[in-house]
Design a protein around this ligand. Structure first.
Ligand SMILES: Nc1ncnc2c1ncn2[C@@H]1O[C@H](COP(=O)(O)OP(=O)(O)O)[C@@H](O)[C@H]1O
Ligand SMILES: [Mg+2]
Length: 272
């Protein structure tokens, strides 16, 4: 386990993945509902790629990345990371935790207010029992993402939303993962701060050879973020291609609609 051969396999591979949720009846005589959050999703992501996942709320984006990270068990299909099958619950996924990192949307609920930034950022190092001086590793990564020198000793409430997302990125990469997943990582930030955090992600990708998978509902940031875009609707991938092609010549009607509605917003253009 974890001793996967590196290089010959796609970093992420989903084959025929479906995920159903059964929700219990809310009222007397109501039936249990089954929600198909993902239906027959197949995709591969190569090492070093940057992929954006777009689609309306409820289209299955979060459920999709949770399968990649082994945080949820598919109802059908297989998930592989670097050639190794990911089987949540039935197997120790410590090796996958070490090789992946996740940044959530909300910079305010992502941190325990009673733990120092240093303690929070060190969590993946402790969880994965990474050898070395954790304090030093935390200070180095905080400096790398652009936080002030004394950040490690301070508490989350001392920082702005943008700084907290930098801290969240630091926590997601401190243990040296190969795959960094962001679930709407810049959606809660204002435009200027958002651009700087996107620049940071691009730098980190180059520096550490990271593979990036980023969920966003903002088509405007996709060109800056990823050379490949996956469009989801109703639990299915409806389009998957080069970002530049997808934005200039969308094939699927849903993508066409997304691109068209984006263009109608005043003052927002993603074409240079
Ligand atoms: N734990 C869950 N229990 C029941 N239904 C869920 C659960 N997680 C997601 N869903 C449902 O699955 C669908 C896809 O959700 P999600 O992956 O969160 O979409 P997105 O991230 O694109 O907004 C939605 O209909 C959502 O209500
Ligand atoms: Mg979501």
């Amino acid at each position: 386990m974890g001793a996967a051969p590196r290089g010959d396999h796609p970093l992420v591979e989903l084959a025929g993945v479906s995920k159903e949720f059964r929700t219990p009846p809310r009222k007397l005589f109501e039936r249990a509902q089954t929600v198909c959050a993902l239906t027959d999703v197949s995709l591969t992501i190569a090492r070093g790629e940057s992929v954006a996942i777009v689609g309306e709320s409820g289209s299955g984006k979060t459920t999709l990345v949770r399968q990649m990270l082994g945080l949820s068990t598919p109802t059908a299909g297989t998930v592989r990371f670097d050639g190794v099958e990911v089987v949540p619950r039935s197997r120790d996924l410590g090796w996958l935790r070490r090789r992946t990192g996740l940044v959530f949307q909300d910079p305010y609920s992502s941190f325990n207010p009673r733990r120092t930034i240093g303690q929070s950022v060190a969590e993946p190092l402790e969880g994965s029992a990474i050898p070395g001086d954790h304090g030093e590793m935390v200070r180095a990564v905080l400096e790398r993402v652009g936080l002030p020198h004394d950040a490690a000793t301070r508490y989350p409430d001392a920082f702005s939303g943008g700084q907290r997302q930098r801290i969240a990125v630091a926590r997601a990469i401190v243990h040296g993962p190969e795959l960094l997943v962001g679930d709407e990582p810049v959606s809660a930030l204002d435009v200027l701060v958002r651009a700087r955090v996107l620049d940071l992600l691009a730098e980190l990708r180059r520096e550490f050879g990271l593979t990036l998978v980023t969920i966003t509902h903002d088509l405007g940031i996709v060109p800056k973020l990823a050379e490949r875009t996956i469009v989801m609707q109703g639990g299915r991938i409806v389009e998957d291609g080069l970002t530049a092609d997808l934005l200039t010549a969308p094939k699927h009607p849903y993508t066409q609609q997304l691109v068209a509605s984006r263009l109608r917003l005043p003052g927002t253009t993603w074409r240079g």
